[in-house]
Design a protein around this ligand. Structure first.
Ligand SMILES: N[C@@H](CCC(=O)N[C@@H](CS)C(=O)NCC(=O)O)C(=O)O
Length: 245
């Protein structure tokens, strides 16, 4: 089983976490944004339509999208369920909140990476030899431009993205009254997992969970939002400490 993914992406982290939670073993294949799309299309046998990672390929089956992969893992794997019975709508609602957050985060982070040569160097694929990394990183500007087109945020300014992020963060705060640990019922569920992973662009989780380079960490940090929502980051860190193997 292969998971096409990006090591620093919170969408990929949701899929990795759900698969590992359910004791499913898989090989990770690092996707190169935009440039790796033809390979994704070939392995998923999807010649058209939007294609993104995470993408799971298991035998002749392919599953695209973090929520779909988590549901697939729940069906095929073992261990404590992540989808409590009768809560599909609640999970779907949290998925939408998480998408809103990460779309806003993608805008803020991609803009920063576009202006940070060191982060571009860190994101060049591992197979590129050290001496060529600077040259390959120079092409990253083109890739970030293509990403802006693919995800339709070329014309969205950073303050609009920030406002969209705050909306999702306030919704999460409202659902976690002081001391509350879980979004649905009394147990850890996929809602906790997906929202915890979605806070990555405020302040990335410790390298222990998702190792990233220092410049990438810098680009994925929004100190003002991290300070305003420090309570949510404390909740996120606790969820990782307790549930991320
Ligand atoms: N709804 C999808 C969104 C996934 C997504 O947006 N993936 C982006 C992460 S930045 C991606 O594949 N980017 C690389 C590319 O488009 O080549 C999910 O939940 O998995």
């Amino acid at each position: 089983m292969r998971l096409y993914q990006m090591h620093y992406s919170p969408w990929s982290e949701r899929a990795r976490w759900a698969l590992e939670h359910h004791h499913l073993s898989f090989e990770k294949v690092e996707h190169v944004p935009v440039l790796g799309v033809p390979l994704l299309r070939a392995v998923a046998k999807r010649p058209w339509g939007k294609i993104t990672v995470p993408l799971l390929v298991a035998g002749d089956q392919s599953v695209q999208g973090s929520l779909e992969i988590a549901r697939w893992a729940e069906e095929k794997g073992t261990g404590e369920p992540l989808f409590p019975p009768g809560q599909d709508e609640a999970i779907e609602r949290w998925h939408q909140v998480g998408e809103g957050l990460l779309e806003a985060g993608r805008i803020l982070v991609t803009r920063r990476v576009a202006g940070d040569r060191e982060a571009q160097r860190e994101s060049t694929p591992a197979f590129v030899p050290e001496g060529l990394r600077g040259a390959v990183a120079a092409g990253a500007g083109v890739v970030t431009g293509l990403l802006a087109q693919k995800y339709g945020f070329s014309g969205v300014d950073s303050s609009t993205a920030r406002a969209q992020a705050r909306e999702g963060l306030l919704a999460l705060r409202a659902a976690l009254p002081s001391g509350a640990r879980h979004l649905i019922g009394e147990r850890f569920s996929y809602a906790d997992l997906l929202m915890a992973a979605s806070l990555q662009f405020l302040r990335p989780v410790a390298d222990l969970y998702m190792p990233i380079g220092p410049a990438t960490r810098r680009c994925w940090s929004n100190p003002d939002l991290a300070e305003e929502f420090a309570d949510l980051l404390a909740w996120r860190d606790q969820i990782f400490a307790e549930h991320r193997r």
